[in-house]
Design a binder for this molecule. Structure first.
Ligand code: ADP
Length: 358
């Protein structure tokens, strides 16, 4: 008779091709059962669409034959870790009252600018706030909060390692940019991304929060779906520029939240770069990217238009300098984001009330 330990030992010789670590330490082997000459176990993948699943299965069989016995019949059941992640998330984010996911159909529309300024404005208004920068294509928190070359501390509690978010301007921050340099993360594939997202959100010691703002990567791929699984109770806001509404991708981003098994309510649309007003002509508005595109989109999606944010030099400059404009006390730009924050607080409250009504 063979032991579970022997099987585990053999499987610890098999590496996940993406993560370059062995399956046992990655917690990907579950439910090992041995009956006479047969062994069965669950191989837990982040997604059943994993392109390497057949290779990993074959490597497992080979390792068991090589290190235990080549007479053993090996049965491997593929499972997705989605459910497991969701359960873990339930526990670790239990003390977070509301999660707001900030999404966009494509990059460059000001999604990260909105996410950062919203988080700072919420904190300034007295809410306990966190911000996760999960944008693998261009993490923005290290620059916008002047935290380049900083790495969060890790603490052990109850036998588990927790990352401690870095706090600045009253916001608890966690960013993919604290761990990878430049654009390295943009080449990652599904399983690797899911693991990192999991760490950014679930393995972070957020403690009690009123709002956790999550800056999603642009688009509608695997990563957004993974995130939606990790944060099942989130509500979304969609950032667009006015001209973007002609494009299918912003609608696709909106429809993602109604995807099977996600059902993330859309809190509303933020139209960014709505118009430009030159300082010397304060009454003139130039609709460089078209007019009211965000409003039309909001109507089409039956969601509120939460803000129309103009193009303002200080919004861009303050981001580059490492202090979001909404941190300022007396400025027109800060007020735009203060107003957005209070609208969002209202919308969240309405939806939460509607969901708990009986
Ligand atoms: P995304 O996250 O959608 O890729 P960013 O938030 O990084 O976009 O914004 C892209 C660029 O546009 C940044 O340089 C940012 O400072 C600038 N920007 C965003 N919104 C505004 C605005 N309302 N006025 C001026 N510049 C803006």
């Amino acid at each position: 008779m063979y032991s579970i330990e022997e099987i585990k030992q053999a499987l610890s010789f098999v590496n996940d091709p993406d993560l370059k670590k062995d399956l046992v330490s990655l917690n990907m082997i579950d439910n090992i059962q041995i009956k006479e000459n047969q062994v069965s176990f669950d191989l837990v993948l982040t997604t059943l669409a994993c392109p390497f699943k057949e290779n990993i299965k074959n490597d497992c069989i080979k390792a068991i034959h090589q290190h235990v016995s080549d007479n053993l019949l090996v049965e491997i059941n593929l499972k997705s870790s989605g459910v497991r992640i969701a359960q873990a998330a339930e526990q670790s984010i239990a003390k977070i009252k509301h999660i707001i996911a900030v999404a966009a159909g494509k990059g460059g529309v000001g999604k990260s600018t909105v996410a950062a300024n919203l988080a700072v404005a919420l904190a300034k208004a007295g809410a306990k706030t966190g911000l996760v920068d999960a944008d693998i294509y261009g993490p923005s928190v290290p620059i916008m909060f002047d935290l380049q070359n900083q790495t969060p501390l890790v603490e052990e509690k109850d036998g588990k390692q927790w990352m401690i978010p870095i706090e600045k301007y009253g916001v608890k921050l966690m960013s993919i940019g604290f761990f990878v340099k430049d654009n390295q993360a943009s080449v990652w594939r599904g399983p690797m991304i899911s693991n990192v997202m999991r760490q950014l959100i679930i393995d972070t010691a957020w403690d009690e929060l009123d709002y956790l703002v999550v800056d999603l990567p642009p688009g509608t791929g695997d990563i957004q779906l993974t995130l939606a699984q990790i944060i099942p109770h989130a509500m979304a806001i969609l950032v667009t520029t006015p001209q973007q509404v002609a494009l299918a991708d912003v609608r696709k981003a909106a429809s993602m939240f109604n995807h099977d098994g996600i059902n993330m309510p859309l809190l509303g649309v933020v139209e960014n770069m709505s118009y430009f007003t030159p300082a010397e002509l304060p009454d003139n508005k130039y609709y460089i990217f078209g007019k009211n595109g965000g409003k039309l989109l909001a109507d089409e999606l039956n969601a509120p238009l939460l803000a129309q944010i103009p193009i303002v030099q200080s919004i861009s400059e303050s981001g580059d300098k490492g202090c979001p404009v909404s941190y300022e006390t007396h400025s027109i730009s800060a007020d735009i984001f203060n107003l957005l924050a209070s609208k969002i607080v209202q919308e969240v409250a309405i939806r939460t009330y509607n969901n708990t009504k009986f």
